[in-house]
Design a protein around this ligand. Structure first.
Ligand code: ASP
Length: 321
């Protein structure tokens, strides 16, 4: 029988609601333990509690510990499911995508409603994820996110709604597959998969969102605070307010990579405009344009590129083609 490793890390899927106060918090008995027993007909499931964290408590060190744990255990299983809080699920998923080199599927899932709330989605998401992790078609697809009967590539998926069950979406590119009752169906191929071996995270990367009237003070603070790279969530196709330009140039002169993504929800960045702060001039100054990644994903990618022992060309790594 297909063997699936279920790794719990916490999040709402592992929590319960206090019906008198309405507070949602971790429960003493993890509800996933009872639930995973329901699916022994789908796969032989081994359950491990690695963490029990709300996902805002995740950080790069814990992501690396999870990645290393999966790498060590992967040889004994046909697929892996990781349960995770939804707030930072897309970040952990992408970190794993960048740092794991596996043929077996690694599936991340969570829940928007805790185990005893009306319409709780954790059980259905867990079932779908086990189906996906056990499906031979899922091999070679890297790290994927399964929520609300959809399958998304870790690289582009994002949480789009604070509470709605259909919160996980892939802007611009769409989901790569879906779960229909008992079937796992893929309808898109992933064209690019990357792997960067990582032993430790020492160099940190900052992320700033552009706003009208922004000046260079926050950008200078990034250099002063010891960050080794900066992601700018710029305006539109990749432009910045003119008062930020000098500070951006100073960071680049200091040797920090500065990566441009867009604060727009859809589309890719491109150096189109030739005015002070426009993409053309920023690119000439050395800003690297990342295509298709969100700010939080680009931050993790630069962090992995700066910390990997492999030699990398940062600009080439951020180009989609
Ligand atoms: N705040 C929760 C978390 O990310 C939300 C969730 O799991 O859905 O841990």
């Amino acid at each position: 029988m297909t063997k699936v490793l279920l790794i719990n890390t916490g999040g709402t899927i592992a929590m319960s609601e206090d019906h008198t106060t309405g507070k949602v918090s971790p429960s003493s008995a993890n509800p996933i333990h009872q639930q995973s027993n329901l699916f022994q007909n789908l796969a032989e499931i081994t359950v491990v509690d690695l963490f029990n964290l709300p996902s805002p408590h995740m950080n790069e060190e814990k992501m690396l510990a999870l990645s290393q744990y999966i790498q060590e255990e992967a040889g004994r299983f046909d697929g892996i499911v990781v349960t995770h809080g939804t707030d930072t699920l897309e970040e952990t998923a992408y970190f794993l995508e960048l740092t794991l080199d596996l043929v077996i599927p690694v599936v991340l899932t969570g829940a928007m409603r805790s185990s005893n709330e009306i319409g709780a989605d954790g059980l259905a998401n867990l079932r779908s994820s086990i189906l996906v992790a056990a499906a031979p078609e899922s091999r070679g697809k890297g790290v994927i996110v399964v929520m609300n009967e959809e399958i998304h590539a870790a690289t582009y998926v994002t949480k789009t709604h604070t509470t709605n069950l259909a919160t996980f979406q892939t802007p611009t590119f769409g989901p790569i597959g879906l779960i229909s009752k008992n079937q796992v169906l893929y309808f898109q191929n992933i064209i690019r998969q990357e792997y960067y071996p990582l032993q430790a995270v020492k160099q940190k990367v900052a992320l700033l969102k552009a706003f009208s009237g922004m000046d260079g003070s926050l950008i200078r603070a990034v250099g002063q605070a010891g960050f080794k790279g900066l992601i700018l969530e710029g305006l539109g196709a990749g432009n910045m307010p003119p008062e930020t330009v000098q500070a951006i140039e100073e960071l680049i002169e200091q040797g920090l990579p500065v990566i441009m993504v867009s604060r727009a929800f859809n589309g890719v960045t491109e150096d189109v405009y030739d005015y002070r702060g426009g993409g053309k001039q920023l690119r000439q100054a050395g800003v690297i344009f990342a295509q298709g990644l969100s700010g939080v994903k680009a931050r993790l990618k630069l962090l992995v590129l700066l910390n990997t022992e492999q030699k990398v060309d940062i600009e080439a790594a951020f180009t989609l083609t």
